[in-house]
Design a protein around this ligand. Structure first.
Ligand SMILES: *Cc1c(COP(=O)(O)O)cnc(C)c1O
Length: 397
């Protein structure tokens, strides 16, 4: 269907929840995607940090093809091997001892919130239910997770919000200390606020938060929906901080493009969920789990992660150079292959200019260009990103 016709039909039949770029993407290979007219784009969006292995990775395709021939779905009334194998792989390579599978980031965070409340209620009674989250955070669009999200624009129009959430500024230890009360059950945050403008948590802050939580038996929940699965150069971002959470959520990159989410926890915390207390029909679906297992195997093999770490450092340095050269760039920051460029001007026109130059990027918080390429991105492709940005931003000075 011609792109213009597709846009008209989308307008006619889809709820208007998204602002879309005017292209129709029909296929992808590696770090590139192609639109209906055959134009090639270098992909620094990767389905919003989803396609960690790029497009069309042979191992991922093989896993999906093979599993689809055996079984697509069976429900959690029965055992299926891909789900158990994936849980085993996640447990063996993280702090966690138990996994609950679901289908998205929001759903993973819902599980984390329910788990935290149940743990606190079981141990301390129902007066302990509050969760402290960060301003500018993003945890999803369901009622509980949009309440957890510390951004008014996400909450506006959906009141009343869920009771039991308080918000503090990010990277401010004092503010967290002040906010803790006997009702505090958990503190929930991202180590890099992705949707919130690529804000990186300080080392000392996270270490202190960990101590604070341990001392008072408050659960530390890390939302690694965006930062997990190699995005920051390690399998999980908490590895950079030398700490371990009590609960961690994953989604985006986990299935390499198939929808899957997960909530991971320590043995003691996970025990709070007993049969009948939580469930998801599609959760741990054999097709999605087979895909995620293929992603895990590629990442654990090591080469992609090692390479992505080096390229991430190169990208961070290149973006800092760009900042020094251009007056309309205010800041460059990030971790691994989750990088941002804060502008002094609106980012959306820059996104459009880049699109017209065959480069997909996106923009958060109005002025922060965000780059989350597949982990297989090369140094030469970073050079191309920088050249296009220099050109596009240079013209807008
Ligand atoms: C994208 C994102 C979510 C929401 O994930 P969905 O799959 O869209 O529900 C939650 N938390 C973080 C940190 C995210 O980046």
């Amino acid at each position: 269907m011609p792109t213009e016709e597709l846009r008209e039909d989308a307008d006619r039949y889809l709820m208007h929840t998204y602002t879309r770029q005017p292209i129709s993407i029909v296929r992808g290979r590696g770090t590139r995607v192609y639109d209906l007219e055959g134009r090639e784009y270098l992909d620094f969006v990767a389905g919003v940090a989803v396609n960690v292995l790029g497009h069309g990775h042979p191992d991922l395709i093989a896993a999906i093809q093979k599993q689809s021939q055996h079984l697509l779905h069976a429900s959690n009334l029965y055992y299926t091997e891909p789900q158990v194998k994936l849980a085993e792989a996640l447990v063996e390579h993280s702090f966690a001892k138990k996994v609950f599978f679901c289908n998205s980031g929001a759903e993973a965070n819902e599980a984390a919130i329910k788990l935290a409340r149940r743990y606190a209620h079981g141990k301390y009674g129902t007066a302990r239910f509050e969760i402290i989250t960060m301003l500018q955070s993003f945890h999803g669009r369901t009622m509980a997770t949009l309440t957890a999200t510390g951004q008014e624009k996400v909450q506006k129009g959906f009141e009343p919000l869920l009771p039991g959430f308080t918000y503090v500024p990010f990277n401010d230890l004092n503010a967290v200390e002040q906010a803790i009360t006997p009702a505090t059950a958990a503190i929930m945050l991202e180590l890099v606020q992705g949707e919130g403008g690529v804000q990186v948590a300080d080392q000392a802050y996270i270490k202190s938060l960990r101590g604070l939580c341990r001392d008072r038996d408050i659960l530390l929940i890390l939302d690694e929906v965006q930062t997990g699965m190699g995005r920051t150069g390690t399998l999980f971002a908490y590895e950079h901080y030398g700490i371990q959470p009590d609960i961690m959520t994953l989604a985006k990159g986990l299935g390499g493009g198939l929808p899957i989410g997960a909530c991971l926890a320590t043995e003691e915390v996970a025990a709070a969920l007993t049969p009948g207390t939580h469930a998801s029909t599609f959760g741990g679906n054999p097709l999605a789990c087979s895909a995620a297992l293929a992603v895990m195997r590629v990442l654990l093999e090591g080469r992609v992660l090692t390479q992505s770490r080096a390229v991430g450092q190169y990208m961070a340095k290149s973006l800092l150079d760009l900042k020094d050269r251009l007056p309309n760039v205010k800041d460059a920051r990030g971790l691994g292959l989750l990088q941002g460029l804060e502008l002094t001007v609106d980012g959306q026109p820059v996104v459009t200019d880049c699109l017209n130059r065959g480069l997909l990027i996106n923009c958060t918080m109005d002025r922060v260009l965000r780059f989350v390429p597949p982990l297989i991105i090369t140094q030469r492709e970073i050079d191309r990103l920088i050249n296009v940005l220099a050109d596009v931003l240079g013209k807008r000075v």
